[in-house]
Structures are given as C-alpha cells and as structure tokens.
Write a new protein. Structure first.
Length: 212
C-alpha cells in the first residue's frame, strides 16, 4: 500500500494514508445518507459495496501478509507483540459492525436514527483502529521491515485485487483528494496506472454515481 523513498530507503506510507482517508470519507458519506434516508439509492448502495470490498482486501492482506512479517521481524519485543495483538482484536471487532450496518440497510422501513447509530458505531471503531495503526503500527513497520518486505506486501494486495479490483481501487482512493496528494499517490504507482485511470478506471467509477 505504499512505495519506498529511494533517497532514504525508507517506506513511504502515502498509499496507506490515502486509503485510510478514503475509508473515513465513505463512512461520513454513508452517515449523511442514513440521516437523510437515502441508503436505498443505487449510488449509495454502489458506494457501500465498494467500501466493503476495499476494506476486506485491505484487512485480509494485512492479516495474511503484513502482520506475520512484522511479528517475525520483531520477535521478542513486548511492545511489538502488544501492538500486533491490538491490531488483530480491532480487525475482529469490525465484522459484527459491518454486519449490523448491512442488516439495517436491508430493512425497507429502517429508522434513520437507528441506521445512523450503527453507521456511527462502525465509523468510531474503524476510525479508532486506523488512528492506532497510524500512530503505533506504522512506526513499528518503519523500524523493523525492509523496503523489500513492504513491496512484497503490496504485491499481495495487487494479487487480491486483480485488474478489476485495482480498477475500482484507484479512482475510489483519490476521490476528492487535493492536487498535491493526488500527485504523490500516482508517483507511488507505476506510470501506466495514471493513464489507465484517466482513460478507463475513473469513468467506470463515476458512472456508478457513488454516494449520490
């Protein structure tokens, strides 16, 4: 989910931060849609479906290919074990909250206050997890992993996404970001990705009218 800084040989977490911000953005949009009784709208449904897909890929890749690498590289460190245990526990707490939102959205006569409440619960839990990851796990990763390790993790995400998943991820991640972050985002990816996004991915994404 990032590149490496060639000048310092340090991991550049720009893709991770932009991905986290995209999750925050979507939950804010879903909360607004819930409060306005718009969750049955096709655009909101499309936005929610893509949110769930991106979160699933993001967290399963971390569980399978990132945290085990960090655990191996930080063996014997109590602080690292504590951080990794917290990451696992926080991931596990999200599934019931996602299911609660799904269940509430399926009810035709869902009360806006009830739906807004379950969305806010998910928003609080995921927001807290991402903040913890940014403040504790990413510094640990910077300390114990190599750029080669991080590249291998990124390849796992790419395999999980496949072409169609990547086509959905790229425009989703940069939806609404400012010009500087957009430039940094594409700098961290192979050059053809920017062209593909302009010619194909972005058009497909916005055709779904996500969150409208």
């Amino acid at each position: 989910m990032s590149s490496t800084d060639q000048a310092t040989d340090r991991i550049d977490f720009i893709l991770m931060y932009i991905t986290h911000d995209a999750f925050r953005r979507d939950l804010s949009r879903l909360r607004e849609a819930a409060a306005e009784s718009r969750t049955g709208n096709s655009g909101v449904q499309a936005g929610w479906a893509n949110f769930k897909l991106q979160l699933h890929v993001h967290h399963t890749a971390e569980d399978e290919a990132l945290w085990p690498r960090v655990e191996a590289a930080s063996a014997g460190r109590a602080d690292a074990a504590e951080i990794l245990a917290a990451m696992a526990a926080e991931h596990a707490r999200l599934d019931p909250l996602l299911e609660a939102v799904d269940a509430a959205m399926r009810r035709p006569s869902a009360d806006p206050a009830e739906l807004t409440g379950v969305v806010t619960d998910l928003e609080t839990a995921l927001g807290g997890h991402m903040k913890h990851e940014e403040e504790a796990a990413l510094p640990l990763i910077q300390e114990v992993l190599t750029p080669k390790d991080w590249t291998a993790f990124g390849r796992v995400i790419q395999r999980k996404q496949g072409f169609s998943g990547g086509a959905a991820y790229i425009p989703w991640a940069i939806d609404g970001v400012d010009a500087d972050r957009r430039t940094a985002f594409f700098k961290a990816l192979p050059p053809p990705v920017k062209v593909l996004n302009r010619l194909l991915f972005s058009r497909r994404y916005y055709k779904q009218n996500p969150w409208a």
